[in-house]
Ligand binder design. Structure first.
Ligand SMILES: Cc1cc2nc3c(=O)[nH]c(=O)nc-3n(C[C@H](O)[C@H](O)[C@H](O)COP(=O)(O)O)c2cc1C
Length: 185
């Protein structure tokens, strides 16, 4: 196991406070590029990414995004699903692997940002309809998730402080099958 990589995963935290320093377009492209290396069901590539680094536009988006109340990122990636492309495989908007593909891509970008010292913030609490109007997003694209980005103003507390309740992985894992009902009674 590559310990440096595991440590990178363990030390990533959501960053919601940023300095005024901008994230360069070169770095934004590097982060975006990691999205295409994410695993995707049947290797489909239905995610589309809208990248914004204009503070005024991001501020407008903040006004329709309750989940962005805690800070204003310097850049924002809006991760969308292209449902026209998905329709070729007779997938509708309830098709869960499309949403999982968004998650794998977002995780890659969060880790890539962290590895470069850029703070990253995943979000789903926003009005997709309002974001569509603000960005003039065509009908085939559905905005699903945001990744806010910026230079961290401070190290989030949770990286330097142990959580009050120690969460153990053993509490979330069932090793092997669940016992038969008869064994429990
Ligand atoms: C699917 C998803 C949606 C999220 N939406 C928001 C959001 O709208 N606003 C927000 O402040 N954080 C949001 N978060 C961040 C979580 O609150 C955060 O990941 C969680 O509290 C754990 O903190 P950590 O990532 O720093 O360990 C979201 C995370 C995920 C995975």
């Amino acid at each position: 196991m590559n310990n440096a990589f595991v440590e990178m995963i363990r030390s990533r935290r959501v960053v919601r406070n940023y300095t005024d320093e901008t994230v360069s377009e070169t770095v934004l492209w590097k982060i975006l590029d990691t999205a295409r290396w994410a695993p995707a069901a049947r290797n489909r590539r239905y995610n589309r990414y809208i990248c914004l680094n204009d503070k005024e536009t991001i501020r407008k988006i903040q006004m329709v995004s309750p989940g962005m109340g805690a800070g204003l990122p310097n850049a924002l990636i809006v991760v969308c699903i292209d449902w026209d492309l998905a329709a070729y495989e007779v997938m509708d908007r309830t098709y869960q692997t499309s949403y999982i593909d968004v998650g794998t891509a977002v995780e890659n970008m969060l880790l890539a940002a962290h590895a470069q010292g850029v703070g990253a913030w995943p979000m789903t609490s926003f009005s997709p309809d309002a974001v569509r109007i603000l960005l003039n997003i065509p009908d085939n694209l559905a905005p699903i998730m945001f990744v806010g980005l910026g230079c961290p103003a401070n190290i989030p507390k949770s990286t330097v402080k142990k959580p009050k309740i120690r969460v153990r992985i053993e509490d979330f894992v069932q090793w092997g099958s669940f016992p038969q009902k008869a064994d429990i009674e």
